[in-house]
Design a protein around this ligand. Structure first.
Ligand SMILES: Cc1cc2nc3c(=O)[nH]c(=O)nc-3n(C[C@H](O)[C@H](O)[C@H](O)COP(=O)(O)O)c2cc1C
Length: 365
């Protein structure tokens, strides 16, 4: 029954809504989705209705990771819900968690437009928002004291400004938003991999700078899990040094990966590529990170997940959790239920009782 429902919604999305959306400015469609999500998430009747339309649960998908109970492994990646407006509705859409942001200490109106291009043939997006958000204090004020029955990650990035382009000013900037968000959200992600800032390349992707940043963040008592989000474009030795730094701190894990700068399609414009343009690079990196730590740190796989098979591949390479955005934009919101339902089928086919048994099985010594 659930599968038929997903098929019908998927068909309606791909044949009616998507053709209309794809004629519209992608930024406008994104804004519209946020408004719709806020409205639907604002009262229990619309939340329940959305849950009946999209929801799917199965105990084979539940996991306790870093002390948090994940109902399923599929999360909304950072960048869709920049202002954290959607934790009310996303569980009803079927997500197991979300990462809001990236949020920066100071507000930023975004890079020069355009911010987003669709590349339908490549099943990718090109993104150039440059960490647009209304700033940590504003977003924190709106969220503080609210309780969500949903895992909310807070992605923190460095304010996109030349004033924070030095190591010490950059660390102070991250630390400010880190302190502000101590009492809101279930985990932190330290985004050191935004490809669209005023710097030629992210300065905290250099291991010695990351070392200083983590030393500062962990200089105050840790209140929740902390992840670092990596770029898929790191050179092998750069990644190695970052992973060694990771070993020095009580870091919980890594997100593999952010957008890639590699422009395989000679697309004119600015920004980083998502979706199928980054999938292979992300998978390679997640496999390396999982192998390096031998499962001692959590890896969250992100990049190009359009189906249950895509998600399962990342899990078998070592991902404990999955994040996505582009797949949902191309396939529709029923994709989340489809992936979760499909994952259960794949786990059953391989004889696993719980998703945790499949993590890293294709990537053991
Ligand atoms: C519209 C959009 C905005 C994004 N903004 C952010 C961001 O603010 N912070 C971040 O860490 N990643 C950001 N990303 C990257 C995604 O979180 C993700 O790493 C990337 O898109 C690969 O996943 P996907 O192929 O499922 O989209 C953004 C991606 C998109 C599509």
């Amino acid at each position: 029954m659930g599968k038929i429902k997903d098929n019908v919604i998927g068909w309606l999305y791909r044949h009616i809504l998507k053709p209309v959306f794809f004629l519209m400015d992608p930024e406008k469609v994104h804004d519209l989705m946020i408004v719709a999500g806020r409205v639907l998430g604002s009262n229990s009747a619309t939340r329940r209705l959305t849950g009946l339309t999209f929801g799917y649960q199965n105990p084979k998908l539940t996991q306790k990771i870093t002390g948090l109970e994940f109902k399923n492994p599929i999360g909304l990646a950072a960048g869709f819900d920049k202002e954290a407006y959607l934790p009310g509705i996303l569980p009803s859409v079927g997500f197991g968690f979300e990462e809001a942001g990236s949020i920066t200490a100071l507000p930023f109106d975004g890079n020069e437009r355009p911010w987003m291009w669709r590349l339908p043939e490549q099943q990718a997006l090109r993104i150039n928002y440059g960490l647009k958000n209304s700033g940590a204090a504003n977003i924190h004020n709106r969220l503080k004291g609210k309780k969500f029955s949903f895992i909310l990650g807070i992605s923190l990035a460095k304010t996109n400004s030349e004033k924070t382009s030095h190591v010490q000013s950059g660390i102070a900037d991250y630390f400010e938003s880190y302190k502000i968000f101590q009492d809101v959200g279930d985990y932190f992600t330290i985004n050191i991999s935004c490809p669209n800032t005023c710097e030629p390349s992210p300065i905290f992707a250099q291991a010695e700078n990351l070392d200083l940043l983590l030393a500062k963040l962990f200089s105050i008592p840790k209140t929740k899990p902390v992840f670092v989000k990596l770029s898929p474009d790191l050179a092998e030795d750069q990644l190695d040094r970052i992973l060694q730094v990771g070993n020095k701190y009580p870091l919980d894990g890594f997100i593999c990966t952010n957008l890639t700068k590699i422009n395989k399609f000679n697309h004119q414009g600015k920004g980083g590529f998502s979706g199928k343009a980054v999938e292979e690079l992300s998978n390679q990196m997640l496999a390396k990170v999982y192998k390096f730590y031998g499962g001692k740190k959590i890896v969250i796989g992100c990049g190009g997940v359009f189906s249950a098979e895509d998600a399962y591949k990342k899990i078998r390479l070592g991902a404990s959790l999955i994040q996505l955005i582009t797949g949902m934009i191309f396939q529709g919101p029923q994709l989340i239920g489809e992936i979760n339902r499909g994952l259960v089928k794949l786990l059953e086919k391989d004889g696993y009782r719980n998703i945790s048994e499949a993590i890293g099985v294709d990537n053991k010594a």
